[in-house]
Design a protein around this ligand. Structure first.
Ligand SMILES: C[S@@+](CC[C@H](N)C(=O)[O-])C[C@H]1O[C@@H](n2cnc3c(N)ncnc32)[C@H](O)[C@@H]1O
Length: 266
């Protein structure tokens, strides 16, 4: 099989097919979070690192006003084409989630699949959280899902799954190549084997993600001082089963509520 050295992020059609099966569970979970944890009606949404907009499109179809940004021009183009095809505005823009401003504040924002870990320094993570707090209206929430690095053994270092749509078949494998706890970096390998009637090839790429223990994430939030954690869940996306995060936790969805200005100062 031919091997192309490339990131699946540059192949939005394949990316979208690989991650779409999870979208319904995330969508239902996020709606439950908005209803339970936001202290305002949720109508206007923002997704930093929106990728192909698999979630934005679902929310737009459900009547929400959606916007997002992403560093990948191909992902933004794919996302906007889908929104326009379905009769919505092209509200994804090319941008950095650590450096943006919204023209109108959102009621809620969401960021799943460890996208936040793409920010490769503490400074960028802080900048991101400040941008997010500025982007949210009073009482708004930011639902942020990421894999944490537990203190002991990790159990989910290798994942593989397949997806099919019509004549297109995909098989993906993701694995941890190296975890450097001291420098807080995890190198992750990813291969996507693509099967079509005319061609078969493999995309082989790597991701470098920043690592967080639960304590490191807590310290980051405390330093930024703009959010309170109002609930924590895991990647089961069950709004009726919150979890308690400790040093062994591996996957977590934080529901962060923007602090009021007075709370921040005090
Ligand atoms: C795991 S994908 C998630 C995409 C989408 N949120 C989803 O749930 O399907 C991560 C995305 O983050 C984008 N990304 C990485 N660093 C970024 C940054 N600094 N600002 C904006 N987007 C970024 C990538 O281009 C990629 O589309």
């Amino acid at each position: 099989m031919d091997v192309l050295r490339a990131s699946v992020y540059d192949y939005p059609k394949y990316y979208d097919l690989l991650y779409s099966p999870d979208s319904k569970a995330e969508f239902d979970f996020l709606r439950a979070c908005f209803a339970r944890h936001a202290k305002r009606p949720v109508w206007r949404l923002f997704e930093p690192g929106c990728g192909t907009g698999r979630l934005m499109a679902k929310f737009a179809a459900a009547g929400y006003q959606v916007a997002g940004n992403d560093l990948s021009a191909k992902a933004v183009e794919y996302c906007n084409a889908r929104l326009v095809r379905r009769g919505f505005g092209p509200t994804a823009s090319l941008g950095d989630m650590a450096d943006f401003r919204l023209p109108r504040k959102a009621d809620a924002a969401f960021n799943t699949l460890s996208t936040f870990r793409h920010l490769d320094s503490e400074a960028k993570a802080q900048d991101h959280l400040h941008c997010m707090a500025d982007a949210l209206a009073e009482g708004g929430i930011y639902v942020l899902g990421l894999h944490l690095t537990p203190r002991g053994e990790r159990t989910c270092d290798d994942e593989a799954w397949t997806a099919r749509r019509g004549h297109l078949g995909l098989a993906v494998r993701m694995w941890s190549i190296r975890l450097d706890r001291r420098r807080r970096r995890q190198r992750i390998g990813m291969t996507v084997s693509v099967y079509t009637p005319l061609r078969q090839f493999c995309l082989a790429g790597e991701l470098m993600l920043r690592t967080y223990t639960a304590a490191q994430f807590d310290r980051l939030l405390a330093r930024v001082g703009r959010f309170e954690v109002v609930q924590t869940y895991d990647f089961a996306y069950d709004p009726n089963r919150p979890i308690r995060v400790d040093s062994e936790t591996e996957d977590v969805v934080y529901v962060l509520r923007k602090r009021r200005r007075r709370e921040k100062m005090g």
